[in-house]
Design a binder for this molecule. Structure first.
Ligand SMILES: [Cu+2]
Length: 533
């Protein structure tokens, strides 16, 4: 049996296993989890210094919020090995539910010369206990604490950050996110295509990484997958100046003359551009990776065709970040926890559809992104009606929207690897004379897939899914145009660059590529997306 046949037998066997596994999983408790963070509603945080790793080998002295003792829990539960260090950037994502009373106690463990620190929770009505008065809120003096209490009054994603000497302290890394989950999930989110999507995941043994089924108490905010991205930048000269001064002032007494920092924060020339505290390619390493003890959250979005993917985005730092999510536009649902409703019909959402999503410093937005392949004008699964392989000639019956789903007639089985295919392009060949077991007679003569350069993320194939990509290379060579360094075995996803459109921001210390860039991968349904890596 050739290597090719082995692979194909394996994929069929996997489908059988998946079908059996789905029965087991449907009986098991549904995992409810996703953008990684800690659960409350009571949080004990500390502000401390530590070093952030950058891909050029630099370790940058920074300040960040972290956990003061073990948090009450981690979410999503589908991500193993979750940790909350005493310092991390971004700070721990605080996950609470609408209506809860949230209590955050902050202890100031910054160097004494750094002075007071604090947390602002914009958008919430905060009361404080303890601490000392500051310009914007009560602050924690060195080695002291302050407690903030607020009601999680409405759902959505919001920023939190230092309200003390913010030009320096936010730059140093004192920022994070609050996610408020809706108390009442609309029934539309737990029925129909959303319920079917869970069954499709279960059919392939894929965990559910969501924190909820909806972003807000609104049926137009249902989602099938979610990610959180916090954008910020670092000017290392500021961080180095802070380090030099706190080192020189070690042992000084708080409040005495000279026991304070004078670090200029202008002119501002950032050299590192971060997604969740990491620069590309580090952002695509796993969540909680041991090599990033103070940067636990990654930026590594994957999704299946047709899934409504919620992206929770915050512009931290000082610059605007024009972020381009390639492959589709983003529908903005709300900003800073405020749903954007129609002026004439308060039951309908009116958020803009954006090609490039903008983030203003301190501002958060929730948006929906999806990819379906609609309009490609070729069969992206490379179906071949005259093939002897059943996987090469799966059906595609359009539902009312033109996709192959459980609403089709006959319905798509939840184990179908072309679930959510755009049926208008079904059996429409791409290549004139392709290698292997994919349909011929199409308009294009593409480069030989056996010699086509393989990118680090892109499989090199115009076809989606392990089965289609393997069939498209033919049976004459062991050389696979896939299985690259960054991807797990068997992944044949389509990679789309998600990156800042300020091109300076896709460098790391002046070297391209780097910075605020990640690769989004679309994977066909049989590839199990593991959001923990
Ligand atoms: Cu772009």
């Amino acid at each position: 049996m050739s290597q090719m046949n082995l692979k194909r037998t394996t994929s069929k066997t996997r489908l059988l296993w998946a079908a059996m596994l789905s029965l087991v999983l449907l009986l098991a408790t549904r995992a409810h989890a996703a953008a990684p963070g800690i659960t409350g509603p009571t949080f004990n945080l500390t502000a401390q210094p530590a070093y952030l790793n950058q891909p050029d080998g630099n370790a940058i002295y920074s300040w960040g919020y972290g956990c003061n003792g073990s948090p009450s829990g981690f979410a999503p539960s589908a991500i193993p090995n979750a940790t909350c260090n005493t310092m991390q950037v971004p700070g721990p994502t605080l996950i609470v539910t609408e209506g809860q009373t949230v209590t955050v106690t902050l202890t100031n463990n910054l160097p004494t010369a750094a002075g007071n620190t604090s947390i602002l929770f914009p958008g919430f009505n905060v009361t404080t206990t303890g601490g000392v008065p500051g310009l914007l809120t009560q602050e924690a003096a060195p080695a002291s604490s302050v407690t903030y209490t607020f009601t999680a009054s409405s759902p959505g994603t919001r920023a939190y950050y230092s309200g003390t000497q913010s030009d320096l302290q936010v730059e140093m890394g004192l920022y994070g996110a609050v996610i408020v989950l809706p108390a009442n999930v609309p029934t539309a989110c737990t029925s129909g295509l959303h319920a079917a999507n869970l069954q499709v995941k279960a059919a392939h043994g894929e965990p559910d990484f969501r924190l909820s089924e909806a972003a807000y108490d609104h049926p137009q905010t249902c989602y099938d997958r979610e990610y959180m991205f916090q954008f910020a930048e670092i000017d290392p000269r500021i961080h180095n100046a802070a380090l030099a001064q706190v080192t020189a002032l070690t042992g000084c007494t708080a409040g005495t003359p000279g026991c304070s920092l004078v670090v200029p924060t202008e002119p501002y020339h950032p050299a590192y551009f971060l997604i969740n505290g990491r620069s590309m390619p580090d952002d695509m390493d796993p969540n909680y990776g041991a090599e990033y003890p103070h940067q636990p959250y990654n930026g590594n979005p994957h999704m299946h065709p047709g899934e409504l993917t919620l992206i929770r985005v915050i512009g931290q730092g000082r610059w605007q970040h024009p972020f381009h999510e390639h492959a589709n536009h983003v529908r903005i649902l709300g900003r800073d926890g405020n749903l954007i409703l129609s002026a004439t019909d308060s039951t309908s959402l009116a958020g803009p559809l954006q090609f490039t999503t903008t983030t203003t410093p301190g501002m958060a937005f929730d948006g929906i992104f999806y990819f379906t392949g609609r309009g490609l004008n070729w069969d992206m699964y490379a179906h071949n009606p005259s093939s002897a392989d059943p996987l090469a000639k799966l059906p595609c019956n359009p539902d009312a929207n033109g996709y192959y789903t459980v609403n089709s007639s006959p319905a798509a089985p939840v184990s179908a690897i072309n679930y959510y295919e755009w049926c208008q392009d079904h059996n429409k060949p791409l290549q004139a004379n392709p290698f292997g077991d994919v349909a011929a007679g199409g308009p294009a003569t593409l480069p030989d897939p056996n010699i086509f350069t393989n990118g680090a993320w892109y499989s090199g194939s115009p076809y989606l899914g392990p089965d289609a990509t393997t069939r498209a290379t033919g049976t004459t060579s062991d050389f696979q145009p896939a299985n690259t360094q960054a991807n797990p075995a068997d992944e044949r996803g389509w990679a789309f660059m998600w990156h800042s459109h300020n091109e300076r921001e896709i460098t790391t210390n002046n070297v391209f590529p780097g910075g605020m860039l990640m690769m989004m991968l679309v994977d066909s349904r049989e590839f199990v997306i593991d959001e923990s890596n």
